[in-house]
Design a protein around this ligand. Structure first.
Ligand code: C2E
Ligand code: CA
Ligand code: CA
Length: 392
């Protein structure tokens, strides 16, 4: 079902609808429609009229917003969603969390009265995620992905990791992309889950590592003191031969293991098996660097963190971005930073999206690293090389 490129505002208060319509129009939206009940929205969707963007008031009279989220999820609503409410921030945050759990594509949540600035921030910051190429419009079949791997259609974009103190570049994270012959550039959330559930992730990770190490070798030969970070999946780490294969690839490319970082998502580490511990331990013994990714989104206990052989802690973007403005985010961000430091880990703030985020980090100490759109977006290797010589 295709989206119909409209922005649909749902609020039982016609004045609110009008206000939001004006604000959206002033931000450049051209097809804006409004309606005053949840039933009307569901009815529209059932008739195949899927809005591209849905702005949903949580306090609708006949059906509350939380129930509405369930109905949207049941219809596999693929448009972008913004939640609006006069309730306080924790309720909005809970609703947003629920929307994510339902697999809905949520751009953000706004408190009433909605200001133009807040609306524009939600729309602008997240537009890349909601752009057509970014949304997993369809799930790719495993055979198609497997062929793409054989034909070398995957490639890497590199995003810099810099020191907050002087903006010096310490390394790059490799973010995989699929140059799809018909669909254009496809982002990892549209195919990594397929690779993981169809036993293709091992091959994918090896091809990514091969590519990343080849590039790292080139950069280091040019005299650039960089590390490259690659994302690995739990299935990779559960394989007893993984450590040897990675170390073998490092040797083959003439790259010292300490210049390679492997990133593992925190939530995946919760039930770490002994086999995984052994692989991580062996990699670490061989001086490879290990990073905990998306920190704050899982439930790792302190004991767990103490016992895992990690070097780096990457604080998830949901705590970094706008931490300067939001007490809860700031509290979580600063306690994670403090904990990382005490455990002797290098701490990276992910999702530094704008100057305000950057300004906030500047006051938090010399040793912090940062990554995010404010520094640079992920880019192909050649563009990264150019960016290194002319950063801004
Ligand atoms: P991640 O490891 O947390 O990577 C960071 C993601 O945030 C990237 O999305 C990046 O483009 C995006 N990002 C960077 N800075 C900002 C910012 O300032 N604001 C916002 N809103 N986003 C920012 P991407 O490339 O779509 O990757 C999504 C996820 O896919 C990655 O999350 C990672 O978990 C996974 N992934 C990427 N490459 C690979 C890979 O080669 N192998 C595996 N197994 N997973 C990968
Ligand atoms: Ca990562
Ligand atoms: Ca991350």
């Amino acid at each position: 079902m295709a989206n119909d490129h409209t922005c649909l505002i749902v609020d039982d208060d016609p004045f609110q609808c009008k206000l939001l319509s004006h604000q959206l129009a002033s931000l450049g939206a051209d097809r804006i429609e409004t309606c005053t009940s949840a039933a009307e929205v569901l009815n529209r969707i059932d008739r195949g009229k899927i809005p591209d963007l849905l702005i949903l008031d949580l306090n609708l009279p006949e059906m509350d917003g939380l129930e509405m989220l369930r109905h949207l999820a049941a219809r596999h609503f693929g448009g972008a969603l913004i939640l609006v409410s006069g309730e306080d921030e924790p309720i909005l945050a809970t609703a947003a969390r629920l929307a994510r759990e339902h697999g809905l594509c949520i751009l953000g949540q706004l408190r009433k009265p909605v200001t133009l600035e807040a609306l524009s921030e939600v729309l602008v910051c997240h537009r890349p995620r909601s752009a057509p190429a970014r949304r997993p419009a369809r799930r790719y079949a495993a055979e198609v992905l497997s062929r793409a791997l054989d034909e070398g259609q995957l490639c890497g974009f590199y995003q810099p990791k810099v020191r907050v103190a002087d903006a010096g570049v310490v390394g790059a994270e490799y973010l995989v992309r699929w140059r799809h012959p018909e669909d254009g550039l496809v982002f990892p959330d549209a195919f990594i889950p397929v690779a993981e559930s169809h036993g293709l992730i091992g091959r994918l990770t090896m091809s990514v590592l091969d590519d990343a190490l080849g590039q790292l070798h080139v950069w280091r030969r040019q005299g650039l003191d960089l590390t490259v970070a690659v994302n690995v999946s739990m299935a990779d780490l559960s394989h007893p031969g993984f450590a040897d294969r990675v170390l073998g690839l490092c040797r083959r490319h003439g790259v010292a293991p300490e210049h390679l970082v492997l990133e593992v998502t925190e939530s995946r580490l919760e039930r770490t098996l002994t086999a995984v511990l052994e692989v991580l331990g062996r990699l670490r013994l061989n001086r490879l660097r290990l990073a905990i990714d998306d920190f704050g989104t899982g439930h790792s206990s302190l004991t767990r963190l103490r016992d895992l052989p990690f070097d780096e802690l990457k604080i998830d973007r949901s705590f970094t971005h706008r931490a300067w403005q939001d007490d809860k985010r700031r509290t979580i961000f600063e306690s994670s930073l403090e904990m990382g430091r005490r455990l002797g880990l290098t701490v990276v703030a992910e999702g530094v999206e704008d100057g305000e985020d950057w300004g906030y980090l500047k006051n938090l100490g010399q040793d912090l690293l940062a990554q995010g759109y404010h520094v640079a977006r992920p880019m192909p290797a050649e563009a990264f090389s150019r960016w290194l010589t002319h950063p801004h």
